[in-house]
Design a protein around this ligand. Structure first.
Ligand code: ZN
Length: 448
């Protein structure tokens, strides 16, 4: 696939709008400091007439690019030539119709779908983005990479870095990372630096580290990562026989997914490949609910890119003044200064989106239900089902609408939360182990 002149980077600030070649590794507009987007000259790309044409690639899955759940949609993220594309088999995920979880949230049978991104090679959705971003890193000639992480990013970066021969450093907050994820970063060979601070501190430092040392940055302000994450939506559409659902529900942390999903639908509509854009619900944890507060209370909106920066600045200044640090058991979304905030506001605009926050208790109960009736997930993923339950109670989502919840990470990512919930009988759905004497008859008596 030739990409000559097909894609370019563009600043999202309408007052700036600066454009840059895709060969550059920038991550922020050098002219105004705002986020960058990948834009396409669609007339220079041979996009299929119908999304169902992508199904043919599966018959050719011996080709790693056709096997990849990211690159089999390559015309929709055509920013680099095939020779740079990195894949380790990401995106072989499942869209599962789940009627028992549907019952828990008071949805009709056949209406609720769970998109299991935990089935990716490193166990989270991040692999979609890393496949794209490491392809760009190779295209840009990078030799070393870095990221700040609440866990899933570091695991995915470490895996992709060694698979394509890049050095890798990850910054994590001390004591703020789930064991499953930390074990992956170490096992995959990343240099892991634990900072005495939270994710927001790590995020600030990693940007300076990358600028000073010329490292390739892999956090989700990297616009190429979001191009890979768009494919999660293509696979949901694929799972629904090339139709779109009524609603997409996604956890809200650094807001890369919601940003990518809105862009994906906008482009598909622009290309005439879908008729309707689904609505989107973004679910925060109450202990890290910046988006909820800014959108629902401060009424912050995209406004064609002219976002009221002062509202954001004042909000963050208040967090700093209060020495606020976010706290939730859903460590993957324990973020109070989401880097993709403005792109997420754009997605809310595109998808007629809404934002809600749910408590850790709601998250843990929903997680137990997903575990009991589905394939399990990490806490942040369960925010989707907890949020859906509230939205059903509010009557915002109808029982017979078609809803797809994105479960972002594998259940084994954070075993501590799971074990504590069940073992310490923390919730309604706890399933604690039963102690038994070391005697056969006594054991038999206990088995129901
Ligand atoms: Zn700019």
């Amino acid at each position: 696939m030739s990409t000559s002149g097909a894609a370019y980077q563009k600043c999202i600030n309408p007052d700036c709008g600066a454009e840059f070649d895709c060969g550059q590794a920038l991550f922020k507009c050098p002219q105004c400091g705002e986020l960058l987007d990948i834009q396409y000259n669609w007339d220079k790309i041979e996009v299929p007439d119908s999304l169902s044409n992508f199904a043919k690639r599966w018959a050719n899955r011996k080709d790693p690019l056709d096997f990849s759940g990211v690159w089999r949609f390559r015309e929709l993220l055509g920013f680099c030539e095939d020779k740079y594309k990195v894949t380790i088999g990401e995106g072989q995920t499942i869209l599962q119709q789940n009627d028992l979880v549907a019952e828990y949230v008071d949805m009709r049978p056949g209406c609720l779908y769970l998109q299991y991104e935990g089935l990716n090679p490193s166990g989270s959705f991040k692999d979609n983005g890393m496949s794209a971003a490491f392809s760009h890193a190779k295209m840009a000639g990078a030799s070393s990479s870095a990221c700040a992480s609440t866990g899933n990013t570091s695991a995915s970066v470490a895996l992709y870095a060694h698979s394509c021969g890049l050095k890798c450093t990850v910054l994590i907050g001390s004591g703020r990372i789930a064991f499953g994820k930390l074990s992956q970063a170490m096992d995959y060979g990343a240099q892991t630096i634990q900072i005495r601070g939270d994710f927001d501190d790590c995020m600030r430092h990693v940007q300076d580290v990358c600028t000073r040392l010329g490292l390739y940055l892999l956090n989700s302000l990297n616009p190429f990562r979001l191009e890979g994450q768009k494919t999660i939506m293509y696979r949901i559409i694929e799972g629904l026989d090339w139709t779109v659902p009524d609603w997409i529900i996604v956890p809200g942390g650094n807001l890369g997914n919601s940003s990518a999903f809105g862009k994906a639908f906008y482009e598909l509509k622009q290309l005439g490949l879908i008729k309707q854009i689904p609505r989107m619900a973004i679910i925060n944890a109450t202990g890290a609910d910046t988006l909820t507060d800014l959108v629902n209370n401060k009424k912050l909106v995209w406004n064609n890119g002219k976002v009221e920066q002062k509202v954001i600045d004042d909000y963050y200044a208040d967090l700093t003044a209060r020495n606020f640090s976010p706290h939730t058991c859903a460590s993957a979304i324990e973020i109070s200064r989401p880097v993709n905030l403005k792109k997420c506001l754009r997605s809310i605009d595109i998808c007629d989106g809404i934002v809600r926050a749910v408590t850790d208790e709601q998250i843990c109960d929903a997680k137990a239900i997903i575990g009991r009736y589905g394939l399990g997930c990490e806490p942040a993923s369960a925010a989707t089902i907890a949020g859906l339950k509230d939205l059903r109670t509010e009557g915002v989502i109808a029982a017979d609408e078609q809803v797809a919840c994105v479960l972002t990470g594998h259940a084994l990512k954070d075993p501590d939360v799971t074990v504590n919930y069940h073992k310490d009988k923390q919730g309604e759905f706890s399933n604690p182990p039963i102690e038994a004497p070391n005697e056969l008859e006594e054991i038999i008596k206990l088995i129901k």
